[in-house]
Write a protein that binds this ligand. Structure first.
Ligand SMILES: [Zn+2]
Ligand SMILES: [Zn+2]
Length: 262
């Protein structure tokens, strides 16, 4: 299984819009380090036979797929309906054209309801033969469900993200937990024994009310003990060089375009 980190940034990306010269607000991140430039968080998981599951459709999705050389996807899963995870949805129509069919969209009923309210046109039935708009078929799933998506055995679990819940994923030896501030025992039991865990860590100077800070993530790692932990959804106080120097063994910062063999 191959996992590509399409984007590893927080909801505003790194740098954020702004900066004295308009070149971006980098916070504590060194603008000279290319791995500090982060688009919005999303991944692609590819099975042994080359089927691909896209997790979230970020506002940067088009550029991400082009830059990472992803020629198409077989299904989509939405972790939740925050704008930084869904607003690339219009470009799904190109993914439909490549696949030649509607694409399944796995998510919770709550997120699906929200997506249909905001992007109803993307969930109307396909009128063959063209794809002038995205065509997604909602596949509601809930905590603990184990199902096949893009040929992959996916198990989902509920994560606390402040005002809303998000879906975490377990696919074989791989775990993905973005946009999470608290994990309960049920989530930990599904993640137990995971080899490679990609986990959201928005900032090192916490706490934050919707995202885990570094201290919290390191406590989770202590409990779960994955072989490899890769941080994602990072904000502007998460400098690459600082993390390389200071993160404990087995924990590293992700970066846009990073490929993990699991
Ligand atoms: Zn997010
Ligand atoms: Zn979010």
């Amino acid at each position: 299984m191959k996992v590509t980190l399409l984007g590893t940034g927080g909801s505003a990306g790194v740098p954020m819009i702004g900066g004295a010269d308009g070149g971006g607000d980098w916070g504590d991140c060194d603008p000279g380090e290319p791995r500090n430039r982060r688009t919005r968080s999303s991944i692609v998981v590819e099975s042994e036979i080359g089927q691909r599951l896209l997790v979230d459709t970020s506002p940067d999705m088009r550029e991400q797929l082009l830059r990472c050389g992803i020629p198409g996807v077989d299904a989509v899963l939405f972790t939740h309906a925050h704008a930084d995870h869904i607003t690339g949805i219009d470009d799904v129509r190109i993914l439909n054209r490549i696949a030649g069919r509607p694409l399944s969209a796995f998510t919770t009923m709550a997120t699906l309801t929200d997506l249909i309210r905001r992007f109803g046109y993307a969930f109307r039935p396909w009128e063959p033969p063209h794809f002038y708009r995205p065509v997604l078929e909602g596949r509601p799933v809930s905590h603990g469900d184990l199902f096949e998506a893009a040929g992959l055995p996916v198990q989902v679990f509920t994560q606390n993200h402040g005002r809303v819940d998000t879906l975490g994923l377990r696919i074989g030896a791989f775990g993905y937990s973005t946009d999470v501030v608290a994990l309960n025992d049920a989530a930990f039991s599904i993640l137990e024994g995971v080899d490679t865990w990609v986990v959201g860590c928005f900032l090192r100077r916490g706490p934050h009310w919707t995202h885990a800070d570094l201290k919290t993530v390191l406590e989770w790692v202590e409990r779960l003990r994955p072989r490899r932990t890769v941080l994602t959804h990072m904000g502007t106080d998460m400098d690459w060089a600082w993390m390389r120097e200071n993160l404990p063994a087995g924990v590293e910062a992700g970066y846009d375009g990073m490929v993990l063999a699991v």
